[in-house]
Write a protein that binds this ligand. Structure first.
Ligand code: SAM
Length: 345
C-alpha cells in the first residue's frame, strides 16, 4: 500500500510525543510546528497499517491524508493555490451533499487563525465564481469522529498550508462549559461521550472514582443518571447536594460495588500513579464486569507516556483482554493525561 503522507494535528506542546508515537508506527516526521507533525510521502516502505494506526493513535486530534502543500505571499495567492488543488482534485467527482470546508492553524501561532479565516473567505469567493453549486454546499462543520471527505486546509505558517481532501477526525474537540460545573475536568468527560458513542441516560447508574469536586458526577447527574461519587474531597458547585449524587467519603482503591452490583458506567479520574490505577482499579472493575462502559483518565506527568501507551495496548492489559472498542485519546481538554474509553466485554 503506498503512503502519500499525512499531517497529524495535536494539542500544541505535544508535537514531540506525537512524533514519537508516529515513529512507533513507522512514520518519520518530516517537519513539525506548534500543534502538528507532517510525515511526507515515504522514500522507504511504510508499514501498510501505519495510516490505520495513526487514525487510532492517542495524540492526533485529526489526520489529514495525502496532503499537498500550497504556498503564497498574499491571501489571494494562497486562496488561488487552494482552489487549484481543490478543483484539480475533483476529477469528475460530483458533489451533491454538504461537504466540510475547514481552514485552521495552530491557535498558538500568532495570527494564524485569522490568516486561515481570511484565506477561507477568499477561497469561497473564488469557488463561488468557478463552481457556484459546489460552493453553496460548503459547510464549516466538520464531523466529530471518523472519516470525512471535503476540504481541509491546515496553516503551518503565514505563507504555507497543507491541503487535503480526506481527513480522519479522532474525536478531540473543544467543549462548551457549564457555569454550574464545579471543575474544568467536567469538559473532559463531556468530550469523551462522542468518542465512546454514548452518554449517561436517565435512570442509568454511574460510579465516579476520584470524583471531587464533582465535574464528572455533575455531567452524569444533569443527564438524569444516578451517581455514587467516591472521594475524600468535597463536592462543589452543581454537584454539591445534587439529589442524584450520593457522595461517599472513601478511598477508591478500597471501594468495590459489592456482591452482584454492577454499574452502567465507571468514571475514574484519580490523581494517582497510572499503573496503580490500571492494576488496582481498572483490572478488577473490568475483570469483575462491575461496569458496562468506562471513561478512565490516566495521568502521565510522572511517567513516560509512550511507554505507558505500550502497556495500555499490550495484549495482557485489561483493556485488551476485557473490553471492546477501546480508545486511548489525548483529549482537547486533557493536560498530561490520557482518557481511555470502552465497553466491557
Ligand atoms: C482531577 S481530580 C478529579 C476531578 C473530577 N473528575 C471532577 O470532574 O471534578 C482527582 C481527584 O482524585 C482524588 N483521589 C486521589 N486518590 C484517591 C483515592 N485513593 N480515593 C479517592 N479519591 C482519590 C482526589 O481527591 C481528587 O479529588
Amino acid at each position: 500500500m503506498s503512503f502519500n503522507g499525512a499531517l497529524a494535528v495535536c494539542q500544541s506542546g505535544f508535537e514531540g510525543l506525537l512524533a514519537r508515537e508516529m515513529g512507533g508506527l513507522g512514520l518519520q516526521g518530516a517537519s513539525s510546528g506548534p500543534g502538528w507533525v507532517l510525515a511526507g510521502p515515504a522514500p522507504e516502505p511504510v508499514p501498510g497499517s501505519a495510516l490505520e494506526g495513526l487514525r487510532r493513535a492517542a495524540f492526533p486530534h485529526a489526520v489529514l491524508e495525502s496532503p499537498a502543500p500550497v504556498a503564497g505571499e498574499s491571501v489571494n495567492a494562497l486562496a488561488q493555490g487552494v482552489l487549484d488543488l481543490f478543483a484539480g482534485g475533483l476529477r469528475g467527482e460530483r458533489i451533491e451533499s454538504p461537504w466540510p470546508c475547514v481552514f485552521a492553524g495552530s491557535q498558538d501561532a500568532a495570527g494564524l487563525g485569522r490568516r486561515a479565516a481570511s484565506v477561507e473567505a477568499a477561497f469561497l469567493g473564488l469557488l463561488k465564481r468557478k463552481l457556484g453549486r459546489v460552493a453553496k454546499l460548503a459547510t464549516p462543520e466538520k464531523p466529530r469522529v471518523g472519516p470525512a471527505r471535503g476540504l481541509f486546509v491546515w496553516f503551518t505558517d503565514f505563507g504555507r498550508a497543507q491541503v487535503a481532501r480526506t481527513a480522519h477526525m479522532n474525536g478531540p474537540c473543544r467543549m462548551a462549559d457549564d457555569e454550574e460545573a464545579p471543575s474544568r475536568s467536567y469538559l473532559k468527560v463531556e468530550e469523551s461521550y462522542a468518542i465512546i458513542g454514548a452518554e449517561p441516560r436517565p435512570g442509568e447508574s454511574v460510579c465516579d472514582l476520584g470524583a471531587a469536586p464533582g465535574g464528572w458526577s455533575y455531567s452524569a447527574a444533569k443527564r438524569g443518571a444516578s451517581v455514587v461519587a467516591v472521594d475524600n474531597g468535597p463536592m462543589k458547585g452543581g454537584a454539591l447536594g445534587h439529589p442524584l449524587i450520593d457522595h461517599r467519603r472513601a478511598d477508591a482503591f478500597r471501594f468495590s460495588p459489592g456482591r452482584s452490583a454492577s454499574y452502567d458506567w465507571l468514571f475514574c479520574d484519580m490523581l494517582e500513579d497510572p499503573r496503580r490505577v490500571l492494576q488496582a482499579i481498572v483490572r478488577p472493575w473490568l475483570e469483575g464486569a462491575w461496569c458496562r462502559r468506562f471513561v478512565v483518565n490516566l495521568k502521565f506527568g510522572r511517567v513516560d507516556p509512550i511507554a505507558l501507551l505500550a502497556e495500555l495496548r499490550s495484549p495482557e492489559s485489561p483493556f485488551a483482554t476485557r473490553a471492546d472498542g477501546v480508545r486511548i485519546v489525548h483529549l482537547y481538554h486533557d493536560r498530561e493525561e490520557f482518557t481511555v474509553t470502552g465497553t466491557v466485554r
